[in-house]
Design a binder for this molecule. Structure first.
Ligand code: GP9
Ligand code: MN
Length: 685
């Protein structure tokens, strides 16, 4: 009997000891530093989701964050308690930096950062320091609290001789193992909550916002690091699969689109003509609809649009490569790379690009841009695209500081100097294709004193008590970021107007087609638009959100407003039934090349877009997987859509579009990564 009693007693004591050991209170008491480490990093990731996407709560992201934080932090238990800070602090700083960099990055690119962009760091060096610092907002500064709190807690614990006390009870290996097990459980929970699409999204990594929302910033960044390193080796693996995907896609496309046998009223209409393309930095279609104090914001663009072909529903399809992505998509009709940028990471490739294709038709081609030649790796990539010469900053006279706006030579001076270069080209070549990349309208638009006298305030008159008419004004957009952008836009438009006149005066418009596109939207925050649309001209305040006049700027209004102008104009367009027209069909940057191919009569095989005059049900696929048709906008990040007024669409149609969008992204990336256009060229030769 006694032995049984002893035995039970023994068991009881053992259990009791174990309970005490795993008791939450004891655990917390003896793991203050580690728990602080977990909490501050969890909170930081959560804060990041709030300041970027406004995503308040995501259980799944918290679990993924926890998995990451626990597993990497567990190694601290291999050190003595007072030395654990040596691991936990660097980890916290790294995680804080990941949050901070992404917060700043999101502000500028409405996307999350990628390791593959590290190789583009050289171009960041060219950016005005002000551009970067002006992007760090007060709200982002909160994110640096994590290492600070950890340090404070560590100092307090040290003062209270906490570490000596814990060292007696600490069983490092056990704690290490327990933490790893807990981390593994969180990994298991993450995996078990994953749906089919999540796997492919992690693999493709283009739906960045979704990934951060779903897996948190740490897992996103880890996955990105793996994918970015992988991209350096992928050319070796997966070639056959990529090649098959592309081959099958084009076999099908050739049947349905018949791209090189199009015959419509625009076929060969511009054959043999010179082409001058103007890449208008940050110019948006909305700008063309605005007036301040009865003065149009963009009178010159408006005139050209009214006289030529104006595509009013044209979208840029940029990813993190912004300007360079547009140059790529415009010239090749492919989409930007899903990881990194084509200009920086995939320049050593063969692409069917307009300059390359026109060369075969006897054209001379040149690009001009008054920034450093290496910015966006243009010096190298422009050659790949087929430009015979790139006139960069060093070929322009930048000596007069009066002529510098923002990142470099002002558009007015750039155009002036470019005109004489074009004149020379026209004398030496039978026909030419010239691209001019403007610069003045680049963020941060703070050279206000150089933009001219255009104001974005609200002027009005009032009759005073004596019956005199008094001129008054409210600041309206003056002093706001959007207002500064508008002033810069007006300047850029004025420069464009002067350029067209100069070209004409030099006889350079007589046999020339002018093509103008906005390279991407200005990426100005929603709150600026909310102020703009809700200004009360009676009081100078803004309407409250419950006011019936209040205009909300939600995700969809914002996305739909990112349209950029696309204009094809000749001196004789005005009044011509074919060339003086507004086309409202939805269209993307990747439709430019096929549309111009039909007009200029050059053949191409690759390319994802369509000749807009031969395309019904056109669809614009964005690099993040979103897409738009004439009927709806699909948000792949949230898997929701917005149906346009009076549109009807079946689930089947939506599903088909979704698959098509994924296909295009896949085909484009396969071509880019595996250099598949080269294969085709080699076969031809
Ligand atoms: C830089 C200019 C701007 O040379 O083209 O590039 P972005 O920042 O718009 O990509
Ligand atoms: Mn740009």
């Amino acid at each position: 009997m006694k032995t049984v009693k002893d035995f039970i007693n023994k068991i009881y004591k053992k259990i009791n000891k174990r309970i005490k050991e795993i008791s939450v209170v004891l655990y917390i008491k003896t793991n203050v530093l580690f728990i602080t480490y977990v909490l501050v990093n969890l909170i930081n990731s959560w804060l990041l989701r709030i300041v970027t996407m406004g995503n308040l709560f995501s259980f799944k992201a918290i679990i993924s964050d926890l998995a990451f934080i626990l597993i990497v932090g567990s190694f601290a238990y291999l050190l003595k308690p007072r030395k654990q800070i040596r691991i936990l602090m660097p980890l916290t700083i790294i995680m804080m930096l990941a949050c901070l960099i992404n917060a700043v990055y999101y502000e500028n690119y409405v996307s999350f950062a990628s390791f593959s962009l590290l190789s583009t760091a050289s171009f960041l060096g060219d950016m005005d320091g002000a551009v970067v610092t002006s992007l760090i907002k007060l709200k982002d500064i909160i994110l640096i609290f994590a290492p600070i709190v950890l340090l404070i807690v560590h100092i307090i614990l040290k003062k209270r001789k906490y570490y000596q006390k814990v060292e007696i009870i600490e069983r490092p290996k056990k704690r290490f193992l327990n933490t790893v097990i807990l981390g593994a459980l969180a990994v298991f929970a993450t995996i078990s909550m994953m749906q089919g699409a999540d796997y492919s999204r992690l693999k493709k990594q283009w739906n960045r916002e979704y990934l951060v929302q779903r897996f948190g910033i740490y897992v996103y960044q880890l996955n990105d690091a793996i994918k970015s390193t992988e991209s350096k080796f992928t050319s070796v693996f997966g070639y056959d699969k990529a090649s098959k995907t592309v081959r099958e896609f084009y076999e099908e496309k050739e049947k349905t689109d018949n791209i090189n046998n199009i015959n419509n009223e625009y076929t060969n209409i511009f054959e043999g003509k010179n082409v001058i393309v103007i890449h208008a930095e940050s110019m948006m279609t909305q700008d063309m609809t605005l007036s301040f104090n009865n003065k149009e914001l963009t009178p010159n663009l408006n005139r050209l649009a009214n006289e030529g072909l104006f595509f009013s529903n044209y979208y840029s399809q940029v990813s993190v490569g912004t300007s360079s992505d547009t140059e790529f998509t415009f010239n090749t009709s492919l989409l930007p790379a899903s990881i990194g940028t084509v200009f920086v990471n995939y320049w050593k490739r063969t692409y069917e690009a307009i300059p390359n294709l026109l060369k075969q038709k006897g054209y001379y081609s040149a690009s001009m841009h008054a920034n450093n030649a290496s910015f966006w790796n243009r010096n190298v990539m422009h050659e790949t695209l087929g430009y015979d010469k790139f006139y960069a900053k060093d070929t322009f006279d930048n000596s007069n500081p009066e002529n510098i706006i923002g990142l470099g030579l002002s558009d007015k001076e750039f155009f002036k100097q470019a005109t004489s270069k074009i004149k020379k080209i026209s004398e030496e070549n039978e026909k030419y294709y010239v691209t001019l990349i403007t610069l003045s309208n680049h963020t941060p638009w703070d050279d206000e004193d150089k933009y001219g006298s255009y104001t974005v305030d609200y002027k009005y008159t009032e009759t005073d008590e004596q019956g005199n008419v008094v001129e008054k004004s409210l600041p309206y957009m003056e002093g706001t970021q959007l207002g500064r952008y508008f002033k810069s836009v007006h300047y850029a438009d004025e420069a464009l107007g002067e350029f067209v006149n100069e070209l004409d005066a030099n006889g350079l418009l007589d046999n020339t087609v002018l093509v103008i596109y906005g390279d991407h939207d200005a990426k100005i925050a929603k709150k600026e638009y909310k102020y703009f649309y809700n200004y009360d001209f009676e009081t100078g305040d803004t309407y409250d959100s419950d006011d019936e006049r209040y205009v909300d700027v939600d995700y969809y209004n914002y996305e739909l407003n990112r349209k950029v102008p696309f204009i094809i104009w000749t001196k004789n367009s005005k009044g011509d039934s074919k060339l003086n027209k507004k086309i409202d069909k939805v269209m993307g940057m990747y439709d430019a090349m096929p549309t111009l191919a039909n007009m200029l009569n050059f053949d191409f095989k690759y390319g994802l877009g369509h000749d807009i005059f031969n395309s019904n049900n056109n669809i614009v696929v964005f690099p993040n997987g979103n897409w738009i048709t004439d009927k709806m906008y699909y948000n792949a990040q949230k898997e929701e859509h917005f149906l346009f007024k009076n549109s009807v669409i079946t689930d089947d149609e939506i599903q088909k579009n979704k698959e098509y969008a994924n296909k295009l992204l896949d085909v484009s990336d396969s071509i880019i990564v595996y250099d598949l256009e080269k294969e085709n060229k080699d076969e031809e030769n």
